[in-house]
Design a protein around this ligand. Structure first.
Ligand code: PLP
Length: 405
């Protein structure tokens, strides 16, 4: 039967303690016990339904976690204070001194910096590879490799990982496949395709209102229990816990994710086609010109489209800056990092969200100075938006000077 993530989320019912249509917010950091024995059992992880301390778990966090597990089709999930607060504990739980990670080379700059600069301090090394070349991925695996890491759709280059094929590779070599699915919630069912652990930065599309940071780790009950273990669980001990108030507000926003994703995808597809037809070098997984268009099409939940992210290369950082400033002045979006907002957001990743990646490596992976990353908003009239963007491009001379396809 087809996997219907939005149905799965909607089928979960929660009520508040007075019959409220939203669950009550658990506004407590600690919980009382009627008996000391139950407190001890809870510490040991043996008292189902009891809460101990909110860094460990809280009712509000568990509600949101269940809904996100339903999104990915995993047994359960653990919500965290940010996307990085999900990524770092997962990798530190799975790897220790002497272990090795094979990672996609095009990933969010913060994750790249963590793997390149931080984890070596703990004796964990990483090989960065082109994740779309399975032979290169396999060649990088050593006897110490524990994890295969990638983003389903990569930030910022929008490379697409073939999750089913990577999962087979991971199984063959006894590795865990960890997938960051931040760019493609609902569209790419990473859990269904064989990822062992799926991470989202909730800060982006899932929350969708750019008012909070948050993250989630979706996986098996066994793995999530390990992360929450009071003695050696990385989520528990590193302390990247989400606040209950935030969990409650993100759960409410999650209710509209399916509608928002359809509109983000619709608008991004429209703009991508229109930009490409102007001769601009445009990257969008929904365009047949995208090298992984077929792979995405085979994996996707078609009703949610190819997502809200696209890139355009306007030739130079100066031109990119000029264009973004003018588009902002004309109220077509904001010159801002992050993604998944109702308003279009644009930034030049080479000098912002991917600036942790050294210039020579940016060049090797095709991250050019003039690249603008668009997180396309929920505009009601995208044809009007396009006309106004085109006028901005003409005004700054991008349509004459852009590198033509
Ligand atoms: N993963 C991806 C793909 C991202 O783009 C980001 C942030 O931009 C993160 C993870 C980190 O998320 P957060 O900022 O919520 O820590």
């Amino acid at each position: 039967m087809a996997f219907k993530p939005a149905n799965n989320i909607q089928d979960l019912q929660y009520f508040g303690e007075f019959g409220g249509v939203n669950p009550s917010i658990s506004d407590s950091s600690t919980y009382t016990f009627l008996s000391a024995k139950t407190m001890f059992d809870t510490f040991e992880g043996n008292a189902d339904g009891c809460y101990l301390y909110s860094r460990h778990s809280s009712p509000s966090n568990l509600y949101l976690g269940e809904a996100l597990a339903a999104l990915e089709g995993t047994e359960t999930a653990n919500v965290t204070a940010s996307g990085m607060g999900a990524i770092c504990p997962v990798l530190l739980q799975l790897c220790g001194q002497g272990d090795h990670i094979v990672s996609s080379r095009t990933i969010y700059g913060g994750t790249y910096a963590f793997l390149k600069n931080f984890t070596p301090r703990m004796g964990i090394s990483t090989s960065f590879v082109d994740i779309t070349k399975l032979d290169l991925v396999e060649a990088a695996i050593t006897e110490n490799t524990k994890v295969l890491y990638c983003e389903a759709v990569s930030n910022p280059l929008l490379e697409v990982a073939d999750i089913a094929a990577l999962s087979q590779l991971a199984k063959k070599h006894g590795l865990k496949l960890v997938v960051d699915n931040t760019f493609s919630p609902l569209s790419i069912p990473a859990g269904r395709l064989g990822a062992d652990v799926i991470i989202h930065s909730l800060t982006k599309f899932i929350n969708g209102s750019s008012d909070t940071v948050g993250g989630v780790i979706c996986g098996t009950q066994e793995f999530i229990d390990q992360l929450r273990n009071v003695n050696d669980g990385a989520a528990m001990l590193l302390g990247s816990t989400m606040d209950s108030m935030r969990a409650a507000s993100i759960l409410k926003n999650l209710r509209t994710l399916h509608i928002r994703m359809k509109q983000h995808s619709h608008n991004a597809f429209y703009l991508a086609q229109a930009f490409e037809s102007l001769g601009l070098k445009t990257v969008y997984p929904g365009l047949p010109s995208h090298p992984s268009h077929k792979v995405f099409s085979q994996m996707m939940n078609a009703e949610y489209g190819f997502g809200g992210m696209l890139t355009v290369d306007v030739g130079s950082l100066d031109k990119a800056n000029e264009l973004m400033e003018l588009m902002q002045e004309r109220n077509l979006g904001y010159l801002a990092v992050s993604l998944g907002f109702y308003k279009t957001l644009f930034s030049a990743p080479g000098s912002s969200t991917s600036s942790e990646i050294p210039a020579d490596e940016q060049e090797a992976m095709g991250l050019s100075d003039g690249l603008i990353r668009f997180s396309v908003g929920l505009d009601n009239d995208i044809a009007r938006t396009f006309k106004q963007m085109k006028a901005c491009m003409e005004a700054v001379g991008v349509l004459q000077t852009a590198e033509l396809v």
